[in-house]
Every structure is written in structure tokens, then in C-alpha cells.
Unconditional design. Structure first.
Length: 283
């Protein structure tokens, strides 16, 4: 290796550099990708734990990249966050997901409400247009505010002041549900929950992973039991994420979780599939 006075631009790890180029390449390609319509949404059903019926769906964005194939949100959302493109991208996701939810509502066999969950990133939360954009999308589509749930990660709300909470409060007052996503990963003060305008806790996958196979760790059970009873005493609904096995589903249902999401029920997929699911369900 070169020592003092050596080439500062020496490439230490070619792989790392390749990754950096990809990151850079992806970041600069984002705006055109949005314009060209390379993003699409997969929907994953949320089911009622008591009878397995479909409660709604979470919108999960993907990027069909012309060279790299389909990229998952973990590969580009952080980049979009960093550059601010998340604001127009998030607006597109909201608009598209709400349009789809309206379609489902109008074509659902029993005409029952089908709810739609959309993820909000921290940058969107700080963006001054959040409330007006959301209201415009809802009014433009005719979807009732009560059919929309915005998911905000627990970590984005840790230490949030009133200023940051205000837009969420306004949306909640209109009837939009706010869910605390990835709950349990952010070490937030449980007492803090009371002052957040949230109506749903989404229990992170890490809590339920240990319940995939029997026997289940009794400590895991106690923790989930505690969170569910706390949530219910605060009148929050509990959704569990990442349910992959029947054993897990049964355990979590017994523990009083309200709704669930996971591969055991369905993987994220194209909108037609969920349409078929909910119709089958209503028969
Ligand atoms: P998330 O909001 O926690 O979404 C749940 C993730 O868990 C999704 O990954 C989903 O595909 C995955 N998942 C669902 N069921 C199971 C299961 O049973 N087992 C396992 N192992 N995984 C399961 P995905 O689609 O890759 O999304 C990753 C993250 O990207 C999301 O985590 C969310 O934070 C973010 N994201 C997705 N779409 C959007 C979006 O439109 N806007 C923003 N800001 N973020 C988004
Ligand atoms: Ca989510
Ligand atoms: Ca989550
Ligand atoms: Ca997560």
C-alpha cells in the first residue's frame, strides 16, 4: 500500500466503488424514472385476525429499472429521501394508491369499505404541502378520509414537537388514520404514545419472528401481550407485520392482535390479485 504522499484517489475496495457508482447512478436517474412511469405499486392485504377477511392493503412501491430490473424500496427510498424526490414520488404513490382503493370500493362485491395504507417518509412529514396535497388527492378521487391510513415510522416521531405533529393532527381530525409503523424498534417512551395523533400500532416483524415455530419463547409472548394491552387501553388498534406461519398467526390472534399482514396470508402483489382476493372473500 502507498504511504504518506500517496495517491489520495487510490481505490481501496473496487466493489465498494461499484456500489457508490450505482448509488450515484440511481440517484441521478430518479427524476426521469418518475417522469417515465418506471415506478409501480404492489399491494399486500391486511386481514382481520378473527375471521381472515381482507381489511385493506398496504401500498409498497417498486422501481422497474430499465437496466437493473425491479428494485425494492430499500434500494431507492433512502436515495429519494436524500434528494427530496421523495416528495413528488410520495405524492404519486398516494395518488395511485387512492385511485386503486376507489376502484376496489366501487367494484367490491359487497360494496364494503376497503382501506388503503400508504407509507410516509420523514421528509414528507416535514414538507409544508403534506396536508393540502393529501386533501387534494382525497377530494380528487372521492375516497373517504376514513378509508386512508398513513403509516409513519416510530423513529420519525421520536421527540417530535407540536409543530411536526400538527399536520398529522389535522389529517387525523379529518378522519385519516395514522399508524405508527415499525413499532418497537424506536425505543420510544410508551407514555409518549398518548400525545401522538395515532390510531394504529404496527408491531414490527422483529417481535413476532420468534413465534414462527413452536414452542414459542414465553418472554416474547409476554412482551407482545403487554404491548397489545397497552395499545388497547389507549384505544389503538394493533396490526402485526411479517406473519409467515400458521403457528404465528394463531398465537398472535390469541394475544388479541386486531389485524395482520404477512406472507402467511399473501405476499405483496399486483392490484388484480388483491381484487380477486377480496371478491373471493365476499362470496
Ligand atoms: P414497511 O413499511 O415496514 O413494509 C413492510 C415490509 O415487509 C415490505 O417490504 C413487505 O414486502 C415486507 N413483508 C411483508 N410481509 C412479510 C413477511 O411475512 N415476512 C417478511 N420477511 N417480510 C414481509 P418492502 O416492500 O421491501 O418495503 C420495505 C420498506 O420500504 C417498507 O417497510 C417501507 O418502510 C418502505 N416503503 C415501501 N413503499 C414505500 C413508499 O411508497 N413510500 C415510502 N416513504 N416508503 C416506502
Ligand atoms: Ca409500512
Ligand atoms: Ca413496518
Ligand atoms: Ca419495516
Amino acid at each position: 500500500a502507498k504511504s504518506a504522499g500517496g495517491n489520495r484517489y487510490e481505490i481501496a475496495d473496487p466493489e465498494l466503488d461499484a456500489r457508490a457508482i450505482t448509488r450515484h447512478g440511481l440517484t441521478t436517474a430518479l427524476p426521469a424514472a418518475l417522469e417515465r412511469g418506471e415506478f409501480f405499486i404492489e399491494y399486500q392485504p391486511l386481514v382481520h385476525m378473527d375471521d381472515g377477511s381482507v381489511h385493506g392493503a398496504e401500498a409498497l412501491v417498486r422501481w422497474h429499472h430499465p437496466q437493473h430490473g425491479v428494485l425494492g424500496p430499500d434500494q431507492f427510498i433512502p436515495l429519494a429521501e436524500h434528494t427530496g424526490l421523495i416528495v413528488p414520488l410520495g405524492r404519486w404513490v398516494l395518488q395511485e394508491a387512492v385511485r386503486q382503493a376507489m376502484y376496489w370500493q366501487e367494484n367490491h362485491a359487497d360494496g364494503g369499505p376497503l382501506r388503503i395504507n400508504v407509507n410516509l417518509s420523514p421528509t414528507q412529514l416535514h414538507h409544508p404541502g403534506l396536508v393540502t396535497d393529501t386533501v387534494a388527492v382525497l377530494e380528487g378521487s372521492g375516497l373517504a378520509p376514513g378509508a386512508l391510513c398513513l403509516e409513519v415510522t416510530e423513529s420519525a416521531l421520536i421527540g417530535a414537537d407540536e409543530q411536526l405533529l400538527k399536520p398529522l393532527r389535522q389529517l387525523a381530525d379529518m378522519g385519516v388514520d395514522i399508524a405508527l409503523d415499525d413499532f418497537g424498534t424506536g425505543y420510544s417512551n410508551l407514555a409518549n404514545l398518548r400525545r401522538l395523533p395515532v390510531s394504529v400500532l404496527k408491531l414490527d416483524r422483529s417481535f413476532t419472528q420468534g413465534m414462527q415455530h413452536l414452542p414459542v419463547d414465553p418472554v416474547d409472548v409476554k412482551i407482545v401481550e403487554g404491548i397489545v394491552s397497552l395499545a388497547h387501553s389507549l384505544e389503538l388498534a394493533v396490526t402485526v407485520e411479517g406473519v409467515e406461519t400458521g403457528a404465528q398467526a394463531e398465537q398472535l390472534r390469541e394475544l388479541g392482535c386486531d389485524t395482520a399482514q404477512g406472507w402467511y396470508y399473501a405476499r405483496p402483489g399486483p392490484p388484480d390479485r388483491l381484487h380477486a382476493l377480496s371478491l373471493a372473500d365476499a362470496v
